[in-house]
Design a protein around this ligand. Sequence first.
Ligand code: 5GP
Ligand code: ZN
Length: 114
Amino acid sequence: MSDCIFCRIAAKEIPSKVVYEDDVIFAFDDIRPQAPVHTLIIPKAHIASLNDMPDDRTDVIGHIFAKAPEIAAAKGIKATGYRLVLNTGPDSGQDVFHVHFHILGGRKMHWPPG
Ligand code: 5GP
Ligand code: ZN
C-alpha cells in the first residue's frame, strides 16, 4: 500500500536500519527507541492490525514468532531477555496501522506496562 509508511519501509522506499529480512517479514530498528534495543518486525504484506488478520494469513504470526529469537540474537539480547509487544487498536496506543511487533530489550522491563 503506497500510503502506508511501513509498506514503504519494507519496500526500501524509506530508509531504515534493517535487522532481518526474508520473503515474508522485515525487521528494522524503531526510529524512537523506548529501550536500548527496540526493533520492529512486520509482515511484508499490508495487514492493518491483528483485527484485520485474514484467517489464511495467520502463518505470518507464526513466522514472526519463529524468527523473533534470531532477531533478538542479532541485536544481542537473546540471552538477557526481551519483550515482544503487539499493540492493537486505540486503547493500546497503536499508531501505525500495519501490523508490527515491537522487540524491546537491553534493560529491565517493568510490569504492568503503562
Ligand atoms: P505503535 O504505537 O503503532 O505500536 O508503534 C509504532 C512504532 O513505529 C513507534 O514505536 C514509532 O516510533 C515507530 N515508527 C513510526 N514511524 C517510523 C518510521 O518512519 N521509521 C521507523 N524506523 N519507525 C517508525
Ligand atoms: Zn502497510
